[in-house]
Each structure stands twice: as C-alpha cells, then as structure tokens.
Design a protein around this ligand. Sequence first.
Ligand SMILES: Nc1ncnc2c1ncn2[C@@H]1O[C@H](COP(=O)(O)OP(=O)(O)OP(=O)(O)O)[C@@H](O)[C@H]1O
Ligand SMILES: [Mg+2]
Length: 340
Amino acid sequence: MPSRRPECPSLRLIVGWAIDPHDQGMIEIEHISKRYGEKLAVDDISFVVKPGTVTGFLGPNGAGKSTTMRMIVGLDAPSAGTIRVNGGAYRDFRAPLHEVGAMLEARAIHTGRSAYNHLLAMAQTHGIGRARVEEVIELVGLSSVARKRAGGFSLGMGQRLGIASALLGDPQTVILDEPANGLDPEGILWIRTLLKQLASEGRTVFLSSHLMSEMAQTAEHLVIVGRGRVIADTTVEEVVSRASVGATVHVRSPHVPALRDALAGDGVRIQSRERETLEVHGLSAERIGELAAQRQLTLYELTPQRASLEDAYMRLTGDAVEYRTTTVPVVTDEILEQAA
Ligand SMILES: Nc1ncnc2c1ncn2[C@@H]1O[C@H](COP(=O)(O)OP(=O)(O)OP(=O)(O)O)[C@@H](O)[C@H]1O
Ligand SMILES: [Mg+2]
C-alpha cells in the first residue's frame, strides 16, 4: 500500500461541507431505517464505525447488513435517518473511490473483459493511473490471471477482483460485504492480514461475515444486528467476556475424588470425563484454587474456559434469527453448558 495521501482541506470545502478532522474516516449512521414495501429491512439503527480498527458487522441472514452497507455507499436511499462518511454524504464526494472503497455482495462478474481491463476501465473514469491497477492486481494475487476473461473466474477469484476494485482508489474507508466468501484458506489468511494492515494505517475497515472464528481473529469492534436492529455495539473482547461469565473451569488433579468433596456445594455442578479431570460449574478458578489449597490437594491444571465468539453470537442473536433450519435445535445456554 502506498502511504496515505495528505489531506487537502480546500478540496473538502469545494464539495460543500466543512472539514472536521475528527470526522476523517468515520462512518456515522444516525437513526437509519429502510423499508421495502411491507418489509422493514433496517429499523432505526445508529452506530459509528471508527478509523484505525477493523469493525465487524454480524447478524443472521436477512438482518439488514447488506442493506445498511448499500445505503452507506449511496446505492440505496434510507427511508429515514442520515449517514455521513468522512464527515459528508457519499453522493457529494468528488472522488468517491479515494474516499470509500466498497465490495458489496459479490455476484458473478458477467464480463468478457479481463480483470486488468475491468480495473483499468474503472481507474480511467476516476483519474487513476495504470501503475495503481498493476499494484492492486499484485496485491490481491491475481497477476497470473489478470489478462484472462473475468467472467470465467471462480468464486474466490471473483472475490479477489472485487477486493481489488475496492482498493483501487487507495481509499480511507473500506467496506466489504462477506469478503472471505469463497476464498481458500490461503486467501482467508491473506484477507485477514490485509484488513488488519489497512486498519493499522489508520483506515476505517468495516466488514460483514458469517465466519465467526475468522471475525474473532480479524475484528476488534463488532456491530451485531438482528431483524434490522442493533443488538450489540462493542468490542470482540467484551462480547466474549460477557458470554464467558459463569463458564466452566477445567481442573486437572491426581486427587479427583477428594477434590469433588472439597468443591461440592450449592450451585456447583461437577462433571468428570477423564480420570484426572473435572469440569466445574458455579465456582471461579480463584475459589477452586483456594479450596484445593485448604485441603492441600495438588492441581496440575486450572483453566477457566472462555466462550467462543460463535457461542456469544448464538446467545445474542438466538431470538433474532428469522430463517431458521428445523433440523438444528435452537442453541440455549443449557446446550452450550452441556457442550462445554
Ligand atoms: N431490494 C430489495 N427489495 C426487497 N426486499 C429487500 C431488498 N433488499 C433486501 N431486502 C430485504 O431486506 C431484509 C434485509 O436483507 P439484507 O440483504 O440486508 O440482509 P443481510 O443481513 O445482508 O443478510 P445475509 O446475511 O443473508 O446477507 C431481507 O428481509 C431482505 O429480503
Ligand atoms: Mg448480505
């Protein structure tokens, strides 16, 4: 990635809105709603996406993620509310590809053009040089197929081309709708590294995904939506910590029977799957350590089990899932506890 272009306040004043450095890179969504006929796809949501960090956008199918992303880049008009990107409205940007790079829901690219020509055409209409086209092709790993017809690309190659288009203008803000969809494991690792790097350069990175373990490793902040409303707007750490309260503590000791006696009490549930291990519910790791010490029972291992982001997400969105399969049971706290 080349270094950031220096900010030019006079340019910003020309396009009709006053510059405020605090707005740079912010996506500000205020009381946005979107109605399609009878369907309220987005229902009065407000949140802010900040620069310098990767923000994940999560939610069940049909929750309103893609609709929200489309509204951010002006492809759909909100029924109510306002959206500001870098302090202004997307439609007012003089050089939108430099302000916001977006890859929305990837569709097959029905084009006889090569990836190179597809990007070049885009670049030329936005005053971007050939060198940058070559650069993004290299960056997304399409060099060897760049002259081939993009219409014949596999899903993952199409995703890479979509990501190349999003990055073409070296934008301050990057919005990607399910970018990991269809990527192979190398591609998934690549996009994770890329997105973190973009954020570390001070850019705003906003992405949706259904891959929870991937999101846990990529994003720092999360906005979770369900049925068009915001369910959570906080850090990944906070979401996981909250879901981990009361989780099991894994204990390994050569004195399992004596330890069971020492730990027994109201609200405490103990399971033992192997000869030397216990899974303890209802006591903190600290309390288990103290009780074991009082009876001079040796512990080999004492590990509080943390919930995964997937566990946390399931709990948060359990009531907000519209399109549910009937063969998989609703995940309740009890099921999660039994599985722990
Ligand atoms: N152009 C449209 N016309 C009518 N309804 C629409 C349109 N676009 C979206 N919707 C409806 O709005 C709701 C939200 O859809 P959206 O695509 O934003 O969900 P999503 O969170 O992106 O879901 P997914 O995880 O499946 O991609 C859905 O009920 C969808 O059917
Ligand atoms: Mg979507």
